[in-house]
Ligand binder design. Sequence first.
Ligand SMILES: NC(=O)c1ccc[n+]([C@@H]2O[C@H](COP(=O)([O-])OP(=O)(O)OC[C@H]3O[C@@H](n4cnc5c(N)ncnc54)[C@H](OP(=O)(O)O)[C@@H]3O)[C@@H](O)[C@H]2O)c1
Length: 232
Amino acid sequence: MTITFITGANKGLGYETARRLIEKGHTVLLGARDAKAGTAAAAELGARFVPIDVTDDDSVAAAAADVEQHEGSIDVLVNNAGVHGPYGDPSGLTAAEVLSVLEVNVVGVVRTTTAFLPLLRRSADPVIINVSSSMGSLAATHDPARAESGVIAPVYTSSKAALTMLTTQYAKALPGIRVNAADPGYTATEFNGYSGPQTVTEGTDAVVGLATEGPGNGSGRFVDRDGEITWS
Ligand SMILES: NC(=O)c1ccc[n+]([C@@H]2O[C@H](COP(=O)([O-])OP(=O)(O)OC[C@H]3O[C@@H](n4cnc5c(N)ncnc54)[C@H](OP(=O)(O)O)[C@@H]3O)[C@@H](O)[C@H]2O)c1
C-alpha cells in the first residue's frame, strides 16, 4: 500500500490529486491548514486529514509526528501548497509581500521536506514531487508563443524558478529518493479565478504520473502532462 502525503489538499489541484491517487489505491494523508476545510475534504474523499501550515515550524513538526504515530512512514510526499502573491508592476513591491510568497512556495517546501524525510526514508521507493510551474521557466517566459511570456508576476515566477532548482539540487543530494518537479499547466482553480483552460484532472496528470510510476525512473526531472520540459 502506497502512503501519500499531500500539502494544500483541501481544494484545487491538491484535492484532485488526492482523489485520483485514492482511486488508484493509495492511502492519502490530506494535509490542509484549515481544520474545517481539511476535515470536510478528507471525509468526502476517504482520506485522513492531517493539519499542516507549511509556514509554521511547529505545525509542520506536529504533522510529521502525527504521521509517525499513525502510519510510521510515507512513500510519496507531494509539496503542492502554493500562493501566487502580487501581479504586475513591481515598483511598489514590499519585502513583506515577497517573503510571504517565498515562505509558502520555497521555504515551506524545505520545511515540510526536512520534517518528512525520516518518514520517507522508511519507504522501499521514496518519492518527492514538488508542484512547480512553467511560470518559473526561463524558456517558457521568454517564448513569445507561450502564454507565460505575457504574464508579469515577479515573485511567483521567481519562487517557482527557485523551487525547480531546489528539486534538482535535492535530486543530486539524495540519490536514494526520486525527487521531481511537476508543472500542472494553466488549470481552472481558485488560484486564478478559474480562468485556466485545463480541468483539474488534466492539471494533475503530471503529479499523478510521478506519484504512480515505478522505481527506476529518473530523479531531478521537470515534467508536465506531455512529458519532460525545459526550464532553463
Ligand atoms: N492552477 C494553476 O493554473 C497552476 C499552474 C501551475 C502551478 N500551480 C501550482 O499548483 C499548486 C496548487 O495550486 P491550485 O491551483 O490548486 O491553487 P488553490 O486552489 O488556491 O490551492 C492552493 C492550496 O494551497 C494551500 N495553502 C496555501 N498556503 C498554505 C500554507 N501556508 N500551508 C498549507 N497550505 C497552504 C491552500 O490552502 P487554503 O485553502 O487554506 O488557502 C490550498 O489548499 C500551487 O503550488 C500552484 O502554484 C497551479
